[in-house]
Design a protein around this ligand. Structure first.
Ligand code: NCD
Ligand code: ZN
Ligand code: ZN
Ligand code: ZN
Length: 446
């Protein structure tokens, strides 16, 4: 091992390295890990962090985040959103394109990435909607989108993806240039029919629940499975076990969210519209089966679907937008599963580090010499009570409010820069970088 001088040594933690925990030192220089091993052999460093009693994990990647900004900056912006990320122990986020204006072209993608890079303290990768002209897909890939995002029930794109032949061709072309396609899978017809039966009458929660039944998701995934089996397709926020099974059979990758795994529709009685989210929280028996699938290793990644809205919007009156913040609760909720011994640490790392890296082809999510120095130090014994009033997100409410969890992020390092430490964001805007996937030729899985 060479002894090049290191900028930062993190020593004394138990390091999750190649599938195991080993006590030692991580040395970082110029944004990269240059050494992992016994402290006696670590290169000298200008700064040393002592991390006794803590675990060092690869930097988690939250694969489903709405950073908003631009026309929706009142809900969240690149700075507050990525501050929320590093406070929650997350080093990378993948940003959704349902923005104002939407990210629906190569030009918009480049513009949004440029703005984000100036302000972000976490790394940001970008989804793009299908461009109106499919001939633009190679350019979208070249600029570095992590995936195409398709909303089946509200397309947001001028391309008519309600037409099956168009959809199949679009996915094929996206895959061919190395872009997976991620779906919000709810069938528009089931939603419209169910909405008609309630006719908008009643309280906003029951109207939403009736118009977004489990069948809408099941039907949508089954249709995608019949059209696109074997393609590089990713299903976002799976909330019903039947949809998960259909997606798996078709060879799709699967995302689940903490709220669909750990909360039930009973919460609507207490929190009302605040807990509205799309897809909605499901009944206890459905949630229990989804959680069994998680423990059985059937889910590729867990992501927050951080979907901040202004509190006034969430409380109504008026149409209540679905979604709530999740960046600051994602990792603590999963650490709690590890602390309670329902999930192994290796499974946690697979679900929030290796899984997202594999699905989107990112060179992140592992602690390895030569790799970018993204990591989080966590204290698995410390208690954390979810207090949304203290969130760094602009959205200071949470359906997880008041939960007592075991395990909390203590320090977050992004590209070798300490971004969060002792409860504070300590990095300057701009230490995050744009994540560009490595493309696999021919649209094969990486
Ligand atoms: C998301 C949002 O607010 O952008 N809302 C949500 O309830 N999940 C949209 C989405 O992810 O479908
Ligand atoms: Zn050694
Ligand atoms: Zn969605
Ligand atoms: Zn979302």
């Amino acid at each position: 091992m060479t002894k090049a001088p290191a900028g930062l040594n993190i020593c004394g933690a138990r390091v999750f390295y190649r599938g195991q925990l080993r006590e030692g030192c991580i040395s970082i220089s110029e944004g990269r890990i240059i050494f992992i091993g016994k402290e006696a052999h670590a290169p000298k460093a200008e700064e040393e962090v002592r991390a006794e009693g803590l675990l060092a994990l690869p930097g988690p990647i939250d694969a489903h985040v709405h950073l908003r900004d631009e026309g929706l900056a009142y809900k969240e912006d690149f700075w507050t959103g990525t501050c929320a990320a590093v406070t929650g122990g997350i080093t990378s986020v993948l940003d959704m394109p349902n923005t104002v204006p939407p990210v629906d072209s190569a030009e918009r993608l480049a513009e949004r990435a440029r703005k984000a890079e100036e302000r972000a303290v976490a790394n940001v990768g970008f989804y793009c909607l299908f461009p109106a002209e499919l001939s633009e897909l190679p350019r979208v890939a070249e600029i570095g989108a992590v995936a195409i995002k398709a909303y089946l029930h509200k397309p947001l794109t001028r391309l008519d993806i309600s037409d099956e032949a168009t959809l199949v061709k679009a996915v094929e072309l996206a895959n061919r240039v190395g872009l997976p396609v991620a779906f919000h899978a709810e069938d528009p017809r089931v939603i419209a029919e169910a909405a008609e039966t309630v006719g908008g009458e009643g309280d906003p929660v029951s109207v939403f629940l009736t118009s977004h039944p489990p069948e809408a998701e099941l039907k949508a995934v089954e249709r995608l499975a019949s059209l696109l089996a074997g393609r590089r397709v990713h299903i976002c926020h799976v909330s019903v076990p039947g949809a998960l099974k259909a997606a798996k059979r078709a060879g799709f990758t699967i995302e689940a969210t903490p709220h669909h795994l750990f909360l039930t529709s009973d919460l609507y009685g207490r929190l009302g519209t605040l807990a509205l989210v799309d897809p909605p929280l499901r009944p206890g028996d459905v949630v229990a089966r989804l959680r069994q699938a998680l423990y059985a290793g059937q889910i590729d990644l867990v992501a927050s679907d951080h979907a901040p809205h202004a509190l006034e919007e969430k409380l109504g009156p008026g149409p209540v937008p679905p979604g709530f913040p999740g960046l600051e609760t994602l990792l603590p909720l999963l650490l709690n599963e590890v602390a309670e011994r329902r999930l192994s640490l290796a499974e946690l790392v697979r679900l929030v580090c290796e899984g997202p890296a594999r699905v989107f082809g990112l060179d992140r999510g592992r602690l390895e010499v030569g790799w970018p120095a993204d990591l989080v130090l966590v204290d698995l014994k410390a208690e954390l009570v979810v207090r949304p009033g203290d969130f760094r997100s602009k959205a200071k409410y949470s359906p997880f409010e008041g939960m007592r969890l075991r395990g909390r992020p203590v320090m977050t390092v992004v590209n070798g820069v300490v971004a969060f430490r002792e409860g504070e964001v300590v990095a300057e805007p701009g230490c995050g970088t744009m994540l560009r996937p490595k493309r696999s030729p021919g649209g094969l899985r990486p």
